[in-house]
Design a protein around this ligand. Sequence first.
Ligand code: KIV
Ligand code: ZN
Length: 521
Amino acid sequence: MKTNEVRFGAAKDQLIIFDTTLRDGEQSPGASMTKEEKVRIAKQLERMRVDVIEAGFPAASNGDFESVKAVADVIKDSTVCGLARALEKDIARAGEALRGANSGRIHTFIATSPIHMEKKLRMTPDQVVEQAVKAVQWARQWTDNVEFSPEDAGRSDLDFLCRVLEAVIAAGARTVNIPDTVGYNMPWQFGGLIKNLREKIPNSDQAVFSVHCHNDLGLAVANSLSAVLNGARQVECTVNGLGERAGNASLEEIVMAVRTRQDMFSCDSRIDTTQIVPASRLVSGITGFAVQPNKAIVGANAFAHESGIHQDGVLKHRETYEIMRAEDVGWSTNKMVLGKHSGRNAFKTRLKELGIELDSEEAWNAAFARFKDLADKKHEIFDEDLHALVSDEATFATQDRYKLVSLKVCSETGEIPHAVVVLSDNGVEKRAQADGGGPVDAAFKAIESLVKSGSDLTLYSVNNITSGTDAQGEVTVRVNRGGRIVNGQGADTDIVIASAKAYLHALNKLASDETRAHPQV
Ligand code: KIV
Ligand code: ZN
């Protein structure tokens, strides 16, 4: 594994953006991703000029190892990072996975709060210091680019934290990351912690201080920004704020806060902000985690003005009510783009303008064929439709076990809804029919009678992608089988078909997912 000196030794006024969507984000229940999905997201993160991509936890499972390896092999401009507990076998696994990286980093961690050391690790503070130092030394045998995190730093004793961090910096950690693992800190307190650590640790100038905040009290972004004001120069974050429980600090909010308030911050990131909305859509499409309409920066309403007074103000002078420009974060100003008569070239050009790249000519052809189908049903194709179309295309990977061949539903006033479904199960066509409380219920019952997944449906939601009755519906489902939770998504102008696609997407994940270890357990 090579170490990329430029990225590694970032300028003092550069805020390093460390994205952990593929690792901490993936720890959200149901957000697990396939290797191909991780590679697609990693390429978008690279396009967005993220400095460090944490691609996964290689010791968690063979699937995670292969995903980190695949990301490390294709990403050239960002550093690719693998997480490892402070164990020699975990670190070796991360080192192996990152072997092909142009610039690789090993991120190792051990808990330092009294409650974690005593109840979880059952280790004394002295043992924890010793293990942390060994972990950094093991990691240094693989790369110079080593990051260390004292897990649950937000609830750790300050003097003990200073002792651990001084020791790991002396052992060769070049980034020390301070996690507020349970989202417990207040912004002024967390900023104070970073200031104190930097002042009290004698060798603190030999490492970049990083922060990693969880959002349990809705303060992850505020805590991260407070840390930046107090000298942190790396922020760990995720697209759409995805992550364990209430999530991690959201990348788009951190990046735009720092960029918009340059009067407050003495640093800035290298992020190409026009790639933010495409990244948000890609992550939400792949994970099935919809973005709430009022979410800052990437929510559908983030730049919509409803009140007449606001609309009037914006029309007269945009800055009366807007502190950022929608197009600067990747919302397109050109809304109506393509139609039935648009050719392959226009289609490809528009997708590229939206930051969407497909891997092969085959993928372009398949997407174009679906675009033509959609254009037959829907007069005007908007950017949102194109995003959904491409996510939907990627939803059904060629290796997926189940594919929807056809679906017929009968729904009539006073009659019991009925569905007839034909699926391909590993290439063999199977047919089933069922009654239901409604057409979606009937379709799902027919599918389940063929798949026999034994799972429970715990979430079903429909969003219209654009307005109008000919709009595509985007359906998200979540299913749970024995504690294994997966999400699925599907889009179509017919919401019953979109629902069936979403359900099959989730069932395919259930059929293929292997169990993985959790880094914090
Ligand atoms: O939240 C946390 O403490 C983590 C560490 C592994 C950095 O995710
Ligand atoms: Zn975390």
